[in-house]
Design a protein around this ligand. Structure first.
Ligand code: ADP
Ligand code: MG
Length: 251
């Protein structure tokens, strides 16, 4: 294992995934450093969601390596539950909150699923739980709406609640797929703030098409195309890249 593998939180090397001979990922390689937030952009079908499927164990790569935590874990050998227990949390495109339950009950349910609980005999006291829920409510900006049923939230607020449910699992690495799709401009900018706040304690990989949002994040950007990295750098470097303009931004 080389120097880069050993410092990386997440290390993808030469990942290939084929569906009926079509290469959704084609020798994809990139590295996420501990504490980093990375934005992933790229046209539809570039392989962004498939990349998350590989990291979370939903899809097995046909070839390549996926290492987590300085090379300590080979994710391609673990199943989805084992990977979640290592501290990798994922938010899908569609929110899956329980509409009939209140905001705080949704968080409580998520907390009871905490990946650490399964490893310990004793559960936190209810006041500890309440403190954690309150902290999460603050982060996701839903403290004033804690007693509302989730079904009555706006689309954007539901997305935040789902991010909160992920935080209840206390992940080291958060994978977030298109969080601002369908949000208002104000919600979009608030989501950028929220993720920046979360990134103070956790590593974040966020897939998003909204370039104003990506610019607001102000982090390193990776552009995928046809299952591999087309360009990587600051938002300005990537948006000035001729190939990126050609296959993605210029359309
Ligand atoms: P993105 O998230 O960047 O839009 P995806 O990772 O969803 O792209 O898809 C990459 C390519 O792989 C697409 O052409 C898609 O149709 C194909 N694909 C993804 N999942 C499957 C699957 N389970 N079976 C067949 N093809 C798939
Ligand atoms: Mg996708």
């Amino acid at each position: 294992m080389d120097q880069q593998t050993t410092s990386a939180l997440l290390y993808l090397d030469g990942i290939t995934v084929s569906f009926d001979g079509f290469r959704a990922l084609n020798e994809l390689s990139f590295i996420i450093e501990p504490g980093e937030m990375r934005a992933i952009i790229g046209p539809n079908g570039a392989g962004k969601t498939t990349m998350m499927d590989v990291v979370t164990g939903k899809t097995r790569p046909d070839a390549g390596d996926v290492f987590f935590e300085q090379g300590s874990f080979d994710l391609s050998k673990l199943d989805e539950t084992e990977i979640a227990e290592l501290g990798i949390g994922r938010k899908f495109q569609k929110p899956t909150v329980f509409d009939m339950h209140t905001v705080e009950d949704n968080l409580l349910l998520a907390l009871k699923n905490d990946r650490r609980v399964r490893r310990t005999l004793f559960w936190e006291t209810s006041s500890e739980q309440e403190a954690r829920i309150d902290a999460i409510l603050g982060t996701i900006r839903l403290r004033p709406l804690r007693r509302r049923v989730a079904g009555s939230l706006s689309h954007g607020q539901k997305q935040w609640l789902e991010i909160g449910m992920l935080l209840a699992q206390d992940p080291k690495l958060l994978l977030v797929d298109e969080p601002v799709a369908g949000m208002t401009d104000v919600e979009t900018m608030q989501t950028a703030e929220l993720l920046k706040e979360i990134n103070r304690d956790r590593t974040v990989v966020v897939v998003e098409h909204d370039m104003a949002f990506v610019r607001e994040l102000g982090v390193k950007v990776t552009c995928l195309h046809e299952g591999s990295v087309l360009a990587e750098g600051t938002i300005d470097q990537v948006s000035e890249n001729e190939r990126v303009v050609e296959v993605y931004l210029g359309r």
